[in-house]
Design a protein around this ligand. Structure first.
Ligand SMILES: [Zn+2]
Ligand SMILES: [Zn+2]
Length: 277
């Protein structure tokens, strides 16, 4: 059906790149000059299977590129490990068999190992951190939490999700914040639109003093459901923590709108007003 006229059948799909209208439309829409911004990018609805097929192929190319890049990294990691092991991991049996020149060289190398090992770690540490942070940015850029057509979780996924969340909460309780963060991130890969998981991640980031990132989590949760009171409270406490009292007040007022008589919100508002004046 047409996205604008539920009573009439869909005839066209707009493929224009800078389109802000709903992309499935009918003949009446066309007559009313909808999607005239890029007429030559309007396709017949019958083309849909080919359009999806084309996109799947593009997606496969990107995934292949990622797989190949990582395979190469892992291949060279194996070479590096083998090289280090050959040079420094010397068994006593081998040592006894080699000639005196080699024995001296082996001992020489072992003495220099501490220095060499420090250098290798330093050289690798920074690029690895950079790559890892780019990968994390990539995951964030996909914005999976905004995708409304994600299917339901399978029973197994639900179980895994719940395990990650529980572990994350326990780690959070015992103040093992980095580990707690990793667990909740795993849960969010399974279900990126789970509000409690987003809030959990935000709360961990708050404790880690990564306040901006924490705020993003709360805002993301509210984009999914702007009536979610827990998210509003979390965003409110972010604003208090960062001394933005006006914005904090706004959040608590919205909570009262959603849920009139919410005691916790009323107490927060009272406190904020007392402190302001
Ligand atoms: Zn229409
Ligand atoms: Zn359009």
């Amino acid at each position: 059906m047409c996205a604008y006229h539920p009573e009439s059948p869909a005839r066209y799909i707009c493929q224009g790149e800078s389109c802000f209208e709903k992309r499935i439309f009918c003949h009446a829409c066309l007559k009313n000059n909808k999607h005239m911004h890029s007429v030559n990018r309007n396709e017949l609805i019958e083309e849909l299977p080919q359009i999806l097929e084309g996109s799947r192929q593009d997606c496969d190319h990107l995934l292949e590129f990622i797989e190949e890049t990582f395979k190469e990294i892992i291949l060279f990691k194996d070479y590096l490990i083998r090289a280090i092991r050959k040079k420094y991991h010397i068994q006593i049996e081998l040592f006894n068999e080699i000639n005196i020149e080699s024995k001296c060289q082996a001992l020489d190398n072992l003495i220099k190992f501490k220095e060499d090992s420090k250098i290798i770690q330093q050289v690798l540490d920074q690029p690895f951190k950079t790559v890892l942070s780019h990968i994390k940015d990539g995951i964030t850029d996909v914005c999976l939490e905004q995708v409304t057509y994600l299917g339901q979780m399978t029973e197994q996924e639900r179980q895994q999700f719940q395990n990650h969340i529980t572990e994350s909460q326990n780690l959070f309780q015992s103040n093992r914040l980095e580990e707690a963060l990793e667990k909740v991130e795993r849960a969010l890969i399974i279900n990126p639109r789970d509000l409690d998981a987003l809030i959990q991640k935000g709360n961990i980031l708050m404790r880690l003093q990564r306040l901006k990132e924490a705020q993003q989590q709360f805002i993301q949760a509210l984009k999914i459901d702007e009536l979610h009171v827990t998210s509003r409270f979390a965003l409110g406490s972010y604003y208090i923590r960062t001394n933005q009292r006006r914005q904090a007040l706004q959040q608590y007022f919205k909570i009262i709108d959603i849920n009139p008589g919410n005691q916790q919100a009323i107490i927060q508002i009272d406190q904020l007003l007392e402190e302001t004046y």
